[in-house]
Design a protein around this ligand. Sequence first.
Ligand SMILES: NC(=O)c1ccc[n+]([C@@H]2O[C@H](COP(=O)([O-])OP(=O)(O)OC[C@H]3O[C@@H](n4cnc5c(N)ncnc54)[C@H](OP(=O)(O)O)[C@@H]3O)[C@@H](O)[C@H]2O)c1
Length: 352
Amino acid sequence: MITPQPSVTSESPCLGWGILSTGRIAGVFARDLPGSHLGQLVAVGSRSAESAERFAGEHGIDPEHAHGSIEALLSDDAVDAVYVASPHPMHCAGVVAALRAGKHVLCEKPIAMSLAELEAMQTAARENSRTLMEAWMYRCHPQTKRLVELVRDGSIGELRHIQGTFSFAATYDPAGRLWNKALGGGGILDVGGYPLSYARLLAGAAQGRGFADPVTLAGVGVLHPESGVDTQASAVLQFAGGVTAAITCGTLAHQENVVRIYGTKGWVLVPSPYIVRRDAGPTELHLYRGDHATPEIITVSADRGTYAYEADAFAAAVQSGAAEVPECTRADSHGNLGGQLEWCRQLGLNYV
Ligand SMILES: NC(=O)c1ccc[n+]([C@@H]2O[C@H](COP(=O)([O-])OP(=O)(O)OC[C@H]3O[C@@H](n4cnc5c(N)ncnc54)[C@H](OP(=O)(O)O)[C@@H]3O)[C@@H](O)[C@H]2O)c1
């Protein structure tokens, strides 16, 4: 443990974070972390000392805690928890090593490339009595919690259908993480898991549970002619209780990246469902009651950015000694990963 920052009270000790990898999302997480109430960034680990030093300089990390290897990061006593932000195929090795070194772990999504890898990670968490969470950051934001309440309290009647999309236009780069199959490339594993996990969350809320797994999932999509990874994909899902979902993802076209949920007495538009917002400030849910054309705007206030909420949900679980974080439990991760891999499989895309 490290000395708490002024914002952290003596009753809530500060979790010392080490970030593994210095890529894009590692930088986003580091920029949001100062908004956290329960943690602070203390170290970084990279495959190269130069990258670690650069990242440390950019994010105010003491140069003594800029490490040029995972081993050095995991030997750093200031690090209580490791945020794993490497490409998906490197998650398993990094997570298992961190758990065995006695660190708690928040791992980027998708947490693994196979259910066997996920089982090895969850076994390591159990054997070392450490907390492990898959980083679905939107689950931790107050906006998502309010949406779940709307489903549970019957504001839209009985939930019937969920629509969700996450698709953006990227430029083809055969060596890049998004396109290279060996680096876990493809849209489903990059962004398709968002609408999928969102649908599972809300279908579960309709049943008074934390999540639900679909009874059926039927996927279609397009694979890149050279790299073989998916560039565009959709799936329809059926859940118990008469709830269906239609989800879409892609890497070649920007789409309207919103979620809509429909019930017997109204519907809700979620204009910013996934990243929500990176800074503190209000967000909006648009509730259409009955067949009204004009929505009731539900404003949800937030005093941190989405990734700071995620860090704090994780830190709260660590503080309470919980093995799991309620926002994404082990069984929930299993269902999210299983669903994404099944969706890929139906397109003829297999990674292992
Ligand atoms: N939650 C979110 O909002 C969000 C957003 C984007 C991505 N993600 C997830 O975060 C993970 C990383 O995504 P990213 O966009 O940050 O990727 P990225 O920009 O390509 O960075 C990945 C980093 O991983 C390290 N790495 C280790 N082995 C590597 C290898 N063989 N090839 C390339 N890099 C390697 C590198 O850091 P070093 O050189 O320092 O070792 C690299 O900078 C993915 O699993 C992705 O799905 C989550």
